[in-house]
Write a protein that binds this ligand. Sequence first.
Ligand code: FRU
Length: 606
Amino acid sequence: MKQTIIVGGLLIGSFATASAVSGASLKVENLSATNTLVKAMSTDGKYILLPVQENVAPAHIRVLSDGRLDETLNINLAESRVDYYVPLLLDGRNGNDILLDVRTPDKGIVAGEAQPSLWIDEIKIADEFDISNREKYRPAFHHTPDYGWMNDPNGMFFKDGVWHLSYQWNPYGSKWENMSWGHSTSNDLVHWNSQNPVLYGDALGAVFSGSAVVDKNNTAGFGKDAVVALFTSAGASQVQSLAHSSDDGMTYERYPGNPVIAYERESRDPNMFWDAENGRWVLLLASALDHEMLIFTSPDLKEWSLQSKFGNGYGSQTGVWECPDLLRLPVEGTDKEKWVLICNINPGGPFGGSATQYFVGDFDGSKFIADSPAEVTKWMDYGKDHYAAVSFSNAPDDRAIMIGWMSNWEYANDVPTMQFRSANTLPREVSLFEFNDGQTYLASVPAKEVDLLRGTPKHFHPGKVGKGAKRFSLPTANDGICEIEFEADLKKDSNLEIVLSNAEGENVVMTLNAADDTFSMDRRNSGLTDFSEYFPCVTTAPAYNGTGHYKVRIFVDRSSIEAFSADGHFSMTNLVFPTKPYTTMTLSSANGVVKVENLNVYPIKL
Ligand code: FRU
């Protein structure tokens, strides 16, 4: 039997819900146990609010405007509980009659019977969608989407004083799905404003990761200073598509000749830069399953020729290779420059799951040659939550600034937030340094703009630290978000333990260990950890110190800790979910006496 329900207006049948817009109505027709139609007019209101229950199988929804297919979405429509709503935009669609053709998972219900499901009661039209924060774990000074799932940073560029950060975004749920590009901008790299999303999936597929450049010489013919993005269209295969913007990246138009690269193997995440010496564009593309990066060149961003491949047998080969980047960087303290090829991999990271490896070497405009032997693997960050890191293009003064996704594919979909999932790392300025083992490594320090967040510090003089713990109070404002900075002199074989803790007995234990020149972080007792067996862990970084004098900076946000040596020789990014903010720091040394000075604790200014 067919059931017709007018929601928010006249009620027929047993399901109904109030509409947030008086007079507006949704017409719901159950055609079968697995197929429901929802009809609306685009003038009925701004949004259809769809109720989501995270742990159910997704419904497949085709969105039609005046009979034409607009979008195909996978949404976990609520069956027995509403976790949150997601907004489907009504106005702005190219049509008046909007139809959602909803195919719900087959539950073995006899054909012809109506399938009572909570989403049918709860779906509604509204003019407002409330994005005010509902999450205690939403970071205060890291970029997050207002709502929905986020992974890789995409299409990052700087133009006319504005930093643009797009990102892999699911606007229809807080788990990975329906990939599109969300968009945020910033004037200072640390305060971000949400903008309208820029790219949604089309008939070629979902919009996966990619990059954007400013075409200063109008090589592509879209106009001088047009912003040109290349991204992966993920449909039956993965191909590379182009979109361009003549309003500084606020809206993009697709190139009708897409795809511009169709490589015969699974390949994704195009990353481009202008090679001034050779007067052409260079693009890196991850040949994911072959563990290789493909290097293409182009005169005009549309016609690309494959020049070479790098990676066969190099570094960590365990996981898929993704999200490449290639940067020319100065080697500190020398007049040399080297090239760094960034290669994000998943799984195969040093502590499981995803991580960012890199190769230092030379690039002649066509081919990258690594300096180190193939078996050497170098990691950009030794935490468990640093992935998909790539750089901004067109940054002023040739600055090399990278941002990563602050999560790990092992548990990213399970972290204890609902309104949104995932944040970005702090922006990091990268350079190279030579260490006493003869190798050249990548240094990452927080971009200088991060200092804008420093409030008035408390200064402490811990002096000699031994077995007895010395305690210091951390700020309490804004859930204790802060930057902690100190210097420590460690004799060979001594160590320094830095413990952040709260009244619930939860703590994060960090250790500087001079004997093996390492820094480690133990988050096994940091708060909520049991949402994934992969979350509790101890991460350890080679500190590349060599002197015994360590200067450390630790950034504590509501659900993350990033630790750096001040010279960037190590960085470590880990998520934490304390049930109460950490309010105390203790310093102690199990092994010898350590001199600790210049301990400054900065509350974060928002
Ligand atoms: C990396 C990645 C990319 C891909 C995107 C899809 O995290 O797997 O390779 O383009 O995520 O969301």
